[in-house]
Design a protein around this ligand. Structure first.
Ligand code: NAD
Ligand code: MG
Length: 404
């Protein structure tokens, strides 16, 4: 028997914590995990409020721990788990999120909480040397330098889940160390679908409803990232994410709108080659890539059908979608500016989803927050969380004032 096959059969399972298990990425992660019995052992699953979904995941995946960030949800889950005699301990609160992401039994952490709420546990997992499958892009936007330093210091393996960064990771040399010159890399090309408002006029975008904003043409995602895709802030956050993941200068990161979402991103080389990763738009592909790395494993994704398909590319329109430029501005400003950008965006997106502000107030409140809070320090987690809190207050005040 081939030694590799024999070893694969006897391989020790990867012990996995899924932060944000009840979200879109979490559900897709567990879908891939379930396709590979024996390959993964689910140690802990975390959620915030969705008790029924967590209960269902406990029945199917048998985690040792289920964490609910909300204590009331944890209490309810505890009752349900006891009634069914499921062998799972229910924990609650943010300290428990960090505990299940850092405990020695765990080797791999899928970081899929949405927003800066995911930062403390994800950073702690990096400091603890876990293999990190990073979906929570806001962690890198808020704490880029600190997070990458933690990865380097602990020797963690960091694998991007965001489809664009996963595509770039796949299109870079395997031994890429962040030196563009040495690797002959000229630029990273992030593709953007353009979102549901790509062809709308500025007036129509200003009047867009939450229902329109979350109806993404190609991807099924959580509400926050769907609104970010509609404003192109998602691409802005991804520019900052790429800056840190790949040690790219801002002028080495390009954005191209590609409405079909088939080319997931590209790397341009000095010799004129452009390497792309393509596939059916389904997050299980990047998730399976990272779960199996360095092996390729089944993801349940339908094959890419290219016959008769047209792939098109166009420049992003910064007049109708000012958020993308705001992200480049925050990168240029440095310090805590990206944390301010992210927090102001989170506040504005939540207010927009409540129906309290118009769509174009999102960009306006981010611009205002960046102007108000320029030049903060970003050396420690405390400084970053302070910047995050101040930006939330500034954005809240601005939006209540403009849209009482
Ligand atoms: P989602 O809204 O579907 O799920 C979010 C998860 O985070 C849920 O499990 C929720 O319980 C948990 N959560 C929310 N607030 C929390 C809090 N305060 N404390 C603890 N847990 C909390 O979001 P999603 O679409 O799965 O996205 C998750 C992350 O992955 C985001 O950072 C997003 O940008 C990134 N991402 C998502 C996609 C996608 O296709 N969905 C693609 C690329 C990147
Ligand atoms: Mg993406």
């Amino acid at each position: 028997m081939n030694a590799d096959i024999r070893n694969a059969g006897e391989m020790k399972p990867r012990v996995l914590t899924v932060l944000g298990a009840t979200g879109t990425i979490g559900v897709n992660t567990l879908d891939v995990v379930a396709r590979h019995p024996g390959r993964f052992e689910v140690f802990a699953l975390t959620g915030a409020t969705q008790v029924e979904r967590m209960l269902e995941q406990c029945r199917t995946h048998h985690p040792r721990y289920a964490v609910m960030a909300e204590p009331a949800a944890a209490a309810l889950l505890r009752e349900r788990v006891a009634a069914e005699k499921l062998p799972v301990d229910v924990l609650e609160g943010s300290a428990a999120l960090t505990a299940v992401a850092t405990t020695p039994e765990v080797d791999t952490v899928m970081a899929a909480i949405v927003g800066a709420a995911g930062l403390p546990a994800t950073l702690a997992a990096a400091q603890a040397g876990k293999r990190i499958l990073l979906a929570n892009k806001e962690t890198l936007v808020v704490s880029g330098q600190l997070f990458m330093d933690a990865i380097a210091a602990s020797g963690s393996v960091l694998l991007p889940i965001d489809s664009e960064h996963n595509a770039i990771f796949q299109s870079l040399p395997r031994d890429f160390n962040g030196d563009f010159q040495q690797a002959g890399v000229k630029a990273l090309w992030l593709t953007a679908s353009g979102g549901p408002f790509r062809t709308l006029s500025a007036e129509a975008i200003a009047a867009a409803t939450p229902a329109q904003a979350v109806a993404h043409p190609n991807w099924v995602m959580g509400k926050k990232i769907s609104v970010d895709s509609a404003s192109l802030m998602n691409k802005g956050l991804e520019v900052i994410e790429a800056r840190w993941l790949f040690n790219a200068r801002p002028d080495q990161i390009k954005v191209v709108v590609h409405p079909q979402s088939i080319v997931h991103s590209m790397v341009e080389y000095a010799d004129g080659s452009v390497l792309a990763q393509m596939g059916t738009p389904d997050m299980r592909t990047p998730i399976a890539y990272a779960l199996g790395f360095p092996e390729r494993i089944e993801a349940g994704v339908s094959a890419l059908e290219l016959m008769g398909r047209e792939l098109t590319f166009e420049a992003p329109d910064s007049a109708r979608f000012p958020c993308l430029q705001l992200a480049f501005d925050a990168l240029a400003a440095g310090g805590s500016a990206a944390a301010v950008l992210n927090a102001a965006n989170e506040v504005a997106v939540a207010r927009f989803l409540e129906g309290a502000i118009p769509f174009n107030a999102i960009a306006a409140s981010i611009a205002h927050s960046l102007d108000t809070l320029a030049g903060g320090a970003a050396g420690t987690l405390e400084e970053l969380l302070n910047a995050d809190q101040r930006a939330r207050s500034v954005a809240e005040a601005y939006l209540s004032d403009k849209h009482p």
